[in-house]
Design a protein. Structure first.
Length: 311
């Protein structure tokens, strides 16, 4: 496996490595989602594209409890979308996260184990990211990068599905995923990311903060730890739409964005709060449209693929 990473000085290092192994390959964590609401997002007539497009997809939903999304805020049922994103760019197509793995639709308990008792995936097999890419004319071989916000089970659906893609993740996230602390263990499904033969690039936290994927300002990766050790968010700058801030799980919901709640799972509440403050500054400085990670109402307001896109 080819690995590209960055050392503590931000210098690029390339090395070969086999798959990391450990004694325990099981995961535990999540109950069963269903949205069913029609898409109410604004739509427009398709027009000629600027050549750079942001497509917003989702791989079904997760049916869970409020307390698992908004920390300590109740036992009532709460259902959340599982978004992921495709960016078409002249220098290559980019998948961000990919949502749930297709195995969660085929046999969720076999793949996720006891996790489904807390976060239950409601997903049709055809909602997997590979099939959804095809719905907008992108074949698996045409994806150049798979970029991971983090490696939790509802964000790893694209890993290993696109044969020509380089996979990009924070080094700290990758290492933690193989040996998470007990309270976070159920969030990581080893089978999703522990795959031989993948081309990985590791980013180095603050040393590579604001990493510019294509060097043109379109896709910037913002280090936002707290929800997980190596979480990153994304500032996407489009020719017509302008800046779009994908907070991913640095801000689960609008309440988290508004400093009214912490996410249900954090490795550091202090880092999580600092990351939201960091993203607020970016949003204020750029005037970006803010897309939170799993907020049902916020998610309804955006143009959805495959019917529409932002460019």
């Amino acid at each position: 496996m080819k690995i590209v990473e960055f050392d503590e000085k931000g210098q690029q290092v390339i090395r070969d490595s086999g798959s990391i192994m450990s004694n325990d390959s099981t995961s535990k964590l999540a109950p069963r989602p269903v949205f069913g609401k029609p898409d109410t997002a604004p739509r427009r007539k398709r027009k000629s594209s600027s050549g750079i497009e942001l497509h917003m997809f989702q791989t079904g939903t997760l049916r869970t409890k409020m307390k698992y999304i908004k920390m300590n805020q109740g036992e009532e049922d709460f259902e959340i979308p599982v978004p992921w994103f495709l960016i078409k760019h002249p220098m290559g197509n980019v998948v961000i996260d990919g949502g749930n793995a297709v195995e969660a639709a085929i046999d969720k308990r076999a793949h996720w184990g006891a996790v489904v008792d807390a976060y239950d995936p409601v997903m049709d097999v055809k909602e997997n990211c590979v099939e959804q890419c095809k719905s907008v004319g992108v074949s698996p071989h045409d994806v150049r990068f798979v970029v991971q916000s983090h490696l939790h089970l509802d964000h790893t659906g694209a890993i290993g599905r696109f044969p020509n893609a380089q996979h990009i993740v924070q080094r700290s996230e990758y290492e933690y995923a193989f040996n998470p602390q007990w309270f976070a263990k159920g969030a990581y499904i080893r089978a999703d990311f522990d795959r031989p033969g993948l081309d990985w690039k590791f980013l180095g936290g603050e040393f590579t903060d604001n990493y510019d994927l294509f060097g043109d300002g379109t896709i910037r990766m913002i280090f936002t730890p707290g929800h997980s050790t190596g979480h990153q968010s994304f500032l996407i700058t489009l020719p017509n739409t302008g800046p779009v801030l994908l907070t991913i799980d640095a801000a689960y919901t609008q309440d988290h964005w508004d400093n009214k709640a912490l996410p249900g799972l954090v490795v550091s509440s202090s880092d999580a709060a600092d990351s939201v403050a960091k993203l607020h500054k970016i949003a204020d400085d750029t005037g970006a449209m803010v897309v939170t990670g799993h907020d049902p109402k916020n998610w309804e307001s955006f143009r959805k693929a495959p019917y529409d896109f932002y460019d």
